[in-house]
Design a protein around this ligand. Sequence first.
Ligand code: ATP
Length: 192
Amino acid sequence: MSEKVLAIENLDFGYTQERLLYEDFSLHVNIGEVVCIVGASGSGKSTLFELISGNVKAQRGNIHAASLSQIFQDPYTSFHPTYTILNQIKDVASLDGLDVLCEALNLDEVLLHQKPHQLSGGQLQRCSILRALLMKPKLLLADEPTSALDNITGLHVMQLLMQCLDSVGILLITHDKALAQWCGDRMIELKS
Ligand SMILES: Nc1ncnc2c1ncn2[C@@H]1O[C@H](COP(=O)(O)OP(=O)(O)OP(=O)(O)O)[C@@H](O)[C@H]1O
């Protein structure tokens, strides 16, 4: 049986008492699985990652997550503006496998010596994916990981993420139901 890397049990959460975004919500992710979260803007998709990361606390329920890394929706807020990309990657991850991953992400290693504002949004998003994979997580939280990429690059990135599934479980936020159907083992639709 494959290892469980995320268990959410009977979660209640709302930023206010009047509007619960999650009510008795449960979700499990195993290594080897891609679980997709879809739903309208404001339905609570990014909030789920905030809950899993421990940045906000649920009113009720339990969350158990294995070692995780995250790919954020906005590549520009993913990195500190004043340090080079490489320094920021080194702070949190080993560089083992850097060359192979850079090649798979079509990312010139020279770019890693630059500061975030010197890269395009798509280059920065691929750096964010590189950092997340070098952290060798068991659980990968990916919030619209291909939003800054053209269709072909986005497809290659998704294929790369899926190649990692022997050692990781992926929770993927996407507005793209076709993508969710293509790559997801399960799709959870949040209601607004
Ligand atoms: N820190 C916060 N304090 C109060 N309300 C918040 C906070 N963060 C988000 N919200 C509200 O919670 C709801 C869910 O927000 P969230 O960002 O999780 O939605 P989303 O589904 O990820 O949206 P999008 O697709 O637009 O990124 C929204 O109504 C939002 O205004």
